[in-house]
Design a protein around this ligand. Structure first.
Ligand code: XMP
Length: 532
């Protein structure tokens, strides 16, 4: 692979659209929608001084919704200077009301509330925001206060039955606002309205694409790493795979990946990393076969927390050893290993409070969580990306679908899906049952609807069955299909009985020692997704 830097790359991230976060969950969704419009966006806290925002050279600023009322004491405010800097601004919901009050409009605490789907009447159909959208459209509202008069210089472009001013626009100053949430799907033309603001209102070109992300990152990684070497731990998951593939594209053989085979992966997953990932990327991979070591360490242990600790501890030891070997082996160039590649994503950064600056390594409960005393500089090529963007980058880099579209899988692997002691025999049995369930779910087209479906072996439970000519005394397998947005909460997936029936029949027929398949119908909370 050529190490020559590409021709001049336009750096989209140098002039982001800033999404000012006024609380609640809206800012992340808005940032994603802006990126779906192929414009790079970043989230900043509402406490950031305006001068600091402007120092980022934003192409536009979006004020998000939030849970407060502009009349509440201590509710977040915005400095008027934000509207006077000549930067286009779009206020949504709370951001709209702030804009109205700050610029001299009227917002009344009338008690006139609107929640949920609401009809919007567009009074200026050809306006910058509403061009090409119907005069009557459905939008998502959630507010108590209502704007009754727009600030001077603004044109009112939409209303609802309850709110006289539901949208206003000032083309001269490039200031726009809507009372509703254009970012949610229930606002039927929300994405178009947002795009109109970005393209027509702010005059931004849609240039942020997966291809541009790759080019920018490749250049940034080359600049950061120079001629030094880097290592990256592969877990089999999406994030580490895409991070490694990007770094590989940037620095080629200066990168060495490490894959610790702890023997707790599902059927075919280790081969996916060893063969398919290597074939797709050409990455240098050091595989450490630590299966026996993990089994020995887990022998006789049934307590879930104890198992997690052992797996985490052994993982770090094996990784450290591999890393020491790579450092000691050196390379033809004699350059030292100075960098560690991590698959940190944008939500990790936003949620840990740092929109910019250096990330702390997320310790999480991830088995990929590495020892804190490793003296490496971090390379985090995904730290600006959301999960769906990471998948797109992975696909564009030519990674196999099985890796790019993989559902979440816990670092400690099948070790925490065997209720009871982990043994080789039980692992093999669970791997077979899990493979059948996955095969049938994929065949039924349920991989998107289902967030993940842990398959659990109740190794310490036996029940009576009748199979073939005889009575059996086997183990139950639990199916735990869940639907979720972020794994913080989840519901059990109402999946078709026929698919459940096929999985049950196949598992009890094909997997020795299993004579019963049960379905977990518990939401989270109270149940966690994993059984251990
Ligand atoms: P729970 O069981 O807490 O799981 O509802 C929430 C999500 O996290 C995954 N999970 C883990 N992921 N290391 C990981 O990398 C772990 O130790 C771990 N434990 C649970 C789980 O699969 C679900 O997606």
């Amino acid at each position: 692979m050529s190490a020559a830097p590409p021709a001049a790359v336009h750096d989209n991230t140098a002039e982001p659209v800033l999404v000012v976060d006024f609380g609640a969950q809206y800012a992340q969704l808005i940032a994603r929608r802006v990126r779906e419009a192929r414009v790079y966006s970043e989230i900043v806290p509402s406490t950031m001084p305006v001068a600091e925002m402007l120092a980022r050279n934003p192409k536009a600023i979006i004020l998000s919704g939030g849970p407060s009322s502009v009349y509440e004491e201590g509710a977040p405010t915005v400095d008027r200077a934000l509207f006077e800097a000549g930067v286009p601004v779009f206020g949504m919901c709370y951001g709209f009301q702030l804009m109205a009050t700050t610029l001299g409009g009227t917002v009344d605490n009338t008690g006139a509330r609107e929640y949920g789907r609401t009809p919007l009447h567009v009074s200026k159909p050809g306006s910058t925001l509403f061009e090409g959208t119907p005069a009557e459209q459905s939008v998502w509202m959630s507010h108590g206060d209502a704007c009754s008069a727009a600030p001077e210089g603004f044109t009112v472009t939409a209303s609802t039955d309850v709110v006289p001013v539901a949208a206003f626009e000032n083309d001269e100053k490039k200031l726009y606002g809507v009372q509703y949430h254009p970012e949610v799907m229930h606002s039927t033309h929300g994405q178009l309205v947002l795009e109109h603001f970005l393209y027509r209102g702010a005059g931004i070109e849609p240039t942020w694409t997966t291809g541009s992300v790759i080019e920018e990152q490749v250049e940034a990684i080359r600049k950061q790493v120079g001629t030094k070497r880097a290592i990256c731990g592969l877990s089999g998951g999406v994030d580490s795979a895409v991070a490694a593939a990007l770094v590989q594209k940037a620095i080629g053989s200066q990168l060495t990946c490490v894959y610790v085979d702890h023997g707790l992966m599902r059927k075919g997953e280790t081969e996916q990393v060893e063969k398919d990932f290597v074939a797709a990327t050409g990455v240098q991979l050091k595989v450490v076969d630590a299966k026996k070591r993990f089994l020995d360490a887990l022998a006789g242990v049934s307590d879930p927390e104890e198992k997690r600790k052992i797996i985490g501890r052994e993982f770090i030891r094996v990784f450290e050893q591999a890393e020491a070997e790579i450092v000691a082996e050196g390379s033809a160039s004699g350059e030292p290993v100075e960098f560690l590649v991590q698959g940190t994503l944008y939500p990790d950064i936003v949620e840990s409070g740092g929109g910019t600056g250096t990330a702390n390594i997320k310790s999480h409960h991830n088995v990929g969580g590495l020892p804190e005393d490793l003296e490496f500089k971090l390379v985090e090529p995904l730290r600006q990306l959301f999960k769906d963007e990471v998948r797109m980058v992975g696909a564009e880099l030519g990674l196999p679908d099985e890796i790019v579209q993989r559902q979440p899988f816990p670092g400690p692997g099948l070790g925490i899906r065997i209720v009871g002691e982990v043994t080789q025999e039980r692992l093999d049995l669970l791997r077979d049952a899990d493979a059948i369930a996955r095969e049938e779910l994929t065949a039924a087209g349920l991989d998107r609807e289902i967030w993940q479906c842990p398959v659990v072996l109740l190794a310490d439970v036996r029940s009576v069955g009748v199979q073939g000519d005889g009575r059996t005394y086997g183990h139950p397998i639990v199916l735990r299909p869940v639907s979720s947005e972020d794994a913080m909460t989840a519901d059990w997936t109402r999946m078709p009985y026929e698919v459940l029936a096929r999985i049950s029949t196949r598992i009890t027929n094909e997997v020795r020692d299993v004579n019963r398949v049960v379905l977990d119908v518990t939401s989270k909370p109270p149940g966690t997704i994993e059984w251990e």
